[in-house]
Design a protein around this ligand. Structure first.
Ligand SMILES: NC(=O)CCC(=O)C(=O)O
Length: 259
């Protein structure tokens, strides 16, 4: 399977313009013939939290139509980063995954809200898992701060996930944490990690970029720098099996002494 991460810059609070920009980048990414395209966290609004209530998509309907249209038009699976979804008076930070037929495979709302960026003041956390399958491979979706919770990611790999998609708006000052945490999640779970961060800056943060594709041994197979761009990476299911056979972490877990 070939993935393409769209490391976009995001125009603060301008949903229409961001949709236009992503569509242009998506067309360009398709020249590399990916099977899966991944977008960053909150790519349509950015962290315009004070206006998020207005910018958020009512029940996610309009953005779901965009994902469905793109997935069908380009015949590609889309891990749609995340968007702000309004449900009544609540706003969630929600990921949608669409298949090549334009059908929704999965919806996941960020489970851990990041207080350092004030998420807890404006967003409501989700409480359901982010598992889905692409062909017969189980995958899982996570949003940014989620990667600091190994137990949450383990919940998904114990359920069988072999590819972990991480979408983010991760700031530059913590770039070392980004890489270290992602590599650790890949090594301990013996799975691929495909991590798509945004580029650029907003009024409060400069973002790290550095989208990564990491293999189940923890090796970085593809990476971008800080600027906007498209990252391609190849994923091989046999590599997951090979690593898990060599060091049988899942078989060796002591379920009688911890969960
Ligand atoms: N958008 C986020 O969740 C950022 C998380 C982050 O920066 C961290 O250090 O954790």
């Amino acid at each position: 399977m070939k993935v393409a991460c769209l490391q976009t810059d995001v125009i603060f609070g301008d949903v229409e313009k961001n949709i236009e920009l992503v569509e242009v980048m998506l067309k360009e990414a398709m020249l590399g013939k990916p099977d899966i395209v991944v977008l960053p966290e909150l790519w349509s609004t950015g962290y315009d939290l004070q206006r998020l209530n207005v910018l958020a998509d009512e029940n996610g309907k309009a953005m779901q139509a965009v994902f469905s249209k793109w997935a069908k038009q380009f015949a590609v699976t889309i891990v749609g980063g995340s968007i702000a979804k309004r449900i009544g008076t609540d706003v969630t930070n929600t990921m949608y995954v669409y298949n090549k037929q334009g059908e929704c495979l999965m919806e996941y709302s960020k489970a851990h809200l990041f207080q350092l960026m004030d998420e807890h003041k404006y967003l409501t956390a989700g409480s359901t898992t982010g598992i889905f399958s692409i062909e017969d491979t189980l995958c899982a979706g996570f949003i940014c701060y989620d990667i600091r919770f190994p137990e949450w990611m383990r919940t998904h790999t114990v359920a069988g996930a072999e590819i972990l998609f991480v979408v983010a708006e991760w700031p530059l000052p913590r770039l070392a944490h980004w890489e270290t945490l992602l590599r650790a999640r890949a090594i301990e779970n013996q799975c691929y990690v495909v991590a798509c961060n945004r580029a650029g800056a907003d009024p409060n943060n400069v973002f790290a970029g550095n989208s990564l594709v990491i293999d189940p041994w923890g090796e970085i197979v593809a990476r971008l720098g800080q600027e906007a761009g498209i990252l391609y990476g190849e994923l091989h299911r046999e590599r997951v099996k090979e690593v898990r056979k060599g060091i049988p972490v899942f078989a060796d877990r002591r379920k009688n002494i911890y969960q």
